[in-house]
Design a protein around this ligand. Structure first.
Ligand SMILES: NC(=O)C1=CN([C@@H]2O[C@H](COP(=O)(O)OP(=O)(O)OC[C@H]3O[C@@H](n4cnc5c(N)ncnc54)[C@H](O)[C@@H]3O)[C@@H](O)[C@H]2O)C=CC1
Ligand SMILES: O=C(O)[C@@H]1CCC=N1
Length: 277
């Protein structure tokens, strides 16, 4: 990957995952700037990753090629308006904020021809197993497309979507998705313990089973449906368990949950922004 300088504004959970993943993938720490109002968060990042830290957002972006906005959606407008006077044509702005649309980001930046990418990463980027979808405005050059993609590809899967409206579905599926799997892990471990397994045994079996199923699905040419059927002996134990999930409408629950997450992203955009094509 070309070694540009990246400035993160906001050094919280998601920034930490991206920074950790980039550094594990040989990205040079001194080319990573992080700015945050919280000095404790900055100290943690500096001692763990040796990145350059700032409490002044303008100082952090001064000689950066790429600026990644990693603050909460509610802080995005004020941060963009703060950095807008220092904006320069050759910089690339990447927002990872849930919901907030390219048009609103562009209006707040108020810089003719500014190159802006919206990205939705997820926290497994920390272990280079992230999944990110990106979409760009018309001013992003092909070199900037390549730069944004190569940065996110360094921490996992990176794919482009052309219709920005799909970003809410992406947020619901892969942005929030790690939390759903962590919930399933918790539930498997608890149920195992309730059936009499020691805590550590239940934890390890739940973890390795989740990892093994994901790895197998990733490496197999067969669909998840076929892989599921291969575990399910007619009249056996899995069939009994799956019947319980189907009776409880697990698929319907997932549909409801993802719909609620996508609606929340849309609500954030409506509340915090204004523009919608
Ligand atoms: N946590 C996740 O799994 C994901 C989060 N996102 C998005 O990433 C963004 C950040 O989320 P998290 O990292 O979870 O939040 P967080 O709350 O952990 O981090 C936000 C950081 O921004 C800092 N901050 C607040 N105002 C600031 C300002 N004016 N200047 C500089 N720093 C400031 C806070 O001190 C905090 O450290 C959000 O917009 C969220 O939608 C996107 C994908 C996944
Ligand atoms: O919960 C949130 O709003 C953020 C966006 C996707 C994951 N975390």
């Amino acid at each position: 990957m070309k070694q540009c300088t990246i400035a993160f504004i906001g050094g919280g959970n998601m920034a930490r995952s991206l920074i950790g993943g980039l550094i594990s993938n040989q990205f040079t720490a001194e080319n990573i700037h992080v700015s945050d109002a919280n000095t404790e968060a900055l100290d943690n990042l500096a001692s763990r990753y040796n990145v350059k830290t700032f409490t002044d957002n303008l100082a952090a972006i001064a000689d950066a090629d790429v600026i990644i906005l990693a603050v909460k959606p509610q802080q995005l407008q004020s941060v963009i308006r703060q950095i807008a006077p220092a904006w320069q044509q050759d910089k690339l702005l990447i927002s990872i904020a849930a919901g907030i649309r390219l048009n609103d980001i562009s209006r707040w930046l108020d810089f003719e021809g500014a190159a802006i990418v919206r990205a939705m990463p997820n926290t497994p980027s920390l272990v280079q197993a992230g999944a990110t979808a990106l979409c760009a405005n018309d001013y992003v050059t092909s070199a900037q497309h390549e730069l944004a993609e190569s940065m996110l590809r360094a921490v996992g899967l990176a794919l482009w979507i052309s219709d920005e409206k799909q970003m809410d579905a992406v947020t619901a599926l892969s942005g929030s998705g790690p939390a759903y799997f962590f919930l399933v892990l918790e539930a498997l471990q608890t149920a195992g313990m309730e059936l009499g397994l020691p805590e550590e045994t239940a934890r390890l079996l739940a973890l390795e089973t989740s990892f093994g199923a994901a790895k197998m699905a990733l490496e197999s040419d067969e669909s998840a449906c076929v892989l599921r059927q291969r575990v399910t002996s007619p009249g056996g134990t899995t069939e009994r368990a799956l019947d319980v999930f189907e009776q409880g409408d697990l698929r319907g629950l997932f549909k409801q949950a993802l719909t609620a997450a996508a609606q929340r992203a849309d609500e954030l955009a409506e509340q915090l922004g204004q523009d919608y094509d």
